[in-house]
Design a protein around this ligand. Structure first.
Ligand code: F6R
Length: 249
């Protein structure tokens, strides 16, 4: 794992956007795995700026998102379809048909999962962007999820529901289930870029980097990936041992 320590959220976002833009500049038809949540918003803002200033075009990329809530219409302002559109897609030149997000709607969610796995085989990712759950989840792969998991339906943990309730006007509206890319597929990306910001992520960062590789901390699987970059702000990195921080960039 390569660890990069940023001064703050802004710098973390700049570094992340730089890494993503470099992948697209080197391979204009790259496939990007994308994440939602608060963490990547700053990086997406930067990418939009790069696009507006003519530095990079997204017209040939394809994107595959990590996850989506079960039961939310795509127009629902809490759905991840809506989030991606509002925070990135509508501001850049990616063709609509190049955007792929799991479908949490319909009667046969298992078929949706299987279809997404077929799609992921067609779009092997050059880069997978990840945030980090306070409990160490990646995508919505909660602690205890087998590392050999494919796209599946998840019962969200109380902690994740509580963490996500800050984004809903009524906490009771937070969906209890989501559909998520599995850990197996996340790890198949050529490059994995995980971002973490804030002291509330410090324990999960410690477990991911210095804990055992264990399904109890899904993100710890990244210790086994050959090209995983963690961009952490100082608060998120605050519980790492000095020896680890000394080796960081
Ligand atoms: C979102 C996702 C989640 C989030 C994680 C952190 O697509 O897959 O794993 O990355 O829950 O969320 P934030 O960034 O809101 O702290």
């Amino acid at each position: 794992m390569k660890i990069v320590i940023a001064e703050n959220y802004t710098q973390m976002s700049e570094i992340a956007a730089g890494i993503i833009a470099k992948v697209v500049l080197e391979k204009p038809d790259a496939v990007l795995g994308l994440a939602t949540g608060t963490t990547p918003i700053g990086a997406y803002k930067r990418l939009i700026e790069y696009y507006r200033s003519g530095l990079v075009s997204f017209s040939k990329i394809n994107t595959v998102n990590l996850d989506e809530y079960v039961g939310l219409d795509f127009e629902n302002d809490q759905s991840y379809h809506y989030f991606m559109n509002e925070n990135l897609f509508k501001f850049i030149d990616i063709p609509k048909e190049n955007v792929h997000i799991p479908n949490g709607l319909g009667k046969d969610l298992k078929a949706n999962c299987d279809n997404y796995d077929v799609l992921l085989k067609t779009y092997p990712r050059d880069l997978q962007l990840l945030g980090l759950g306070g409990n160490g989840h990646i995508g919505f792969n909660e602690p205890g999820t087998p590392f050999k998991s494919y796209t599946h339906i998840v019962d969200l943990t109380e902690r994740t529901i509580k963490d996500n309730s800050r984004l809903f006007s009524d906490p009771k509206d937070v969906p209890k289930q989501a559909i998520t890319m599995g850990i197996m597929e996340i790890c198949r990306a050529k490059k994995v870029l995980l971002l973490a910001s804030g002291a509330n992520k410090a324990d999960a960062v410690f477990d991911m980097v210095q804990g055992d590789v264990s399904e109890n901390c899904p993100a710890s699987v990244l210790q086994l990936h050959s090209d995983a970059i963690l961009v952490l702000d100082k608060d998120a990195a605050s519980k790492l041992d000095k020896g680890v921080l000394d080796q960081a960039v």
